[in-house]
Design a protein around this ligand. Sequence first.
Ligand code: NDP
Length: 331
Amino acid sequence: STQIHLAARPDGWPTPDDFRTVRCELAPLAAGEVRVKNEFLSVDPYMRGRMNDVRSYVPPYALGETIQGGAIGRIVASAADGFAVGDAVLHQHGWSDLVQADAATFRVVPETPGVPLSLRLHVLGMTGLTAYVGLTAIAQLREGDTVFVSGAAGAVGTAVGQIARLLGAGRVIGSAGSAEKVALLTGKYGFDAAFNYRDGDVRGQLAQAAPNGIDVFFDNVGGDHLEAALDAFADGGRAALCGAISGYNSETAVPGPDNLANIITRGLKLEGFTIGNHLGHAPEFQARMAQWLAAGEIAYDETIVDGIERTVDAFLDMMRGANTGKMLVRV
Ligand code: NDP
């Protein structure tokens, strides 16, 4: 098996030296275990946080161990009841091509013709669920709301824009880091307006896109985007604080919003969430998303990097914005 281990804790932006590719022989299969050949590995922003040795909602990665995270593959050998060779399984064993472990750590997923397995790692999986829960349970989206999504062309962001529209939002606005992504948002993804934050003046660009203010902010970026949203909020606005990627690789704290007082004067609700505490919404989400997909109402993009040896590059490229939609490694 080829595995990617964390070799050192990065300072700021990770470098290839912080990771090590390790090859090892798998032991003979023990009773109750399965062996899985991975097809897709997920690279996610939260992984950067787990590379630090700090207290968070998930424990830090251990040095010298395989980087854990979402992956999907097929069983190639089984010594466990209910797990057959050929079954597709979702799991959290992370960055390796072959993985062998207790069958209880894998979940067999049903396969639907025409639905690629990789979607279980984004629109039909955790990132889709994050978008859905953030909009519904956290931001309490109402019909007619104007919604602003930062990081809109990524895995979570593309799902947020479309789900907001399907749930009756009046106007959907997104920001992303290139002109191509902006064009995709207003084209394929049906956003009413979008802007490129690299053009500068996030506040001004948001004000122009939302002349009547915003009711819901789904934040993936933090920093200047949160500041801009606090200015743009209509009274009674609600924010789902999902991520703050603009600070994940920064060695010093990013300066905070200078207009936090708007939370008081406009009666805003800003609520952070981690999806692990809201998994009760998964069955309802799965049912609705499967229906939307079947009806052709959900578009998605995947940026696929081939070869497990390029997993670290894929992770770093995702953090820099090289992905549109979900960044995946095809093993
Ligand atoms: P994405 O697919 O959105 O990939 C990350 C994107 O972030 C890049 O494509 C890049 O796009 C953008 N980005 C990077 N640096 C900056 C910056 N300085 N300012 C603005 N944008 C930047 O990743 P995900 O969809 O997987 O995750 C999106 C967010 O959601 C992250 O903040 C993540 O931590 C969070 N998250 C939170 C969860 C929860 O439970 N709360 C669960 C899942 C995700 P661009 O070209 O536009 O810059």
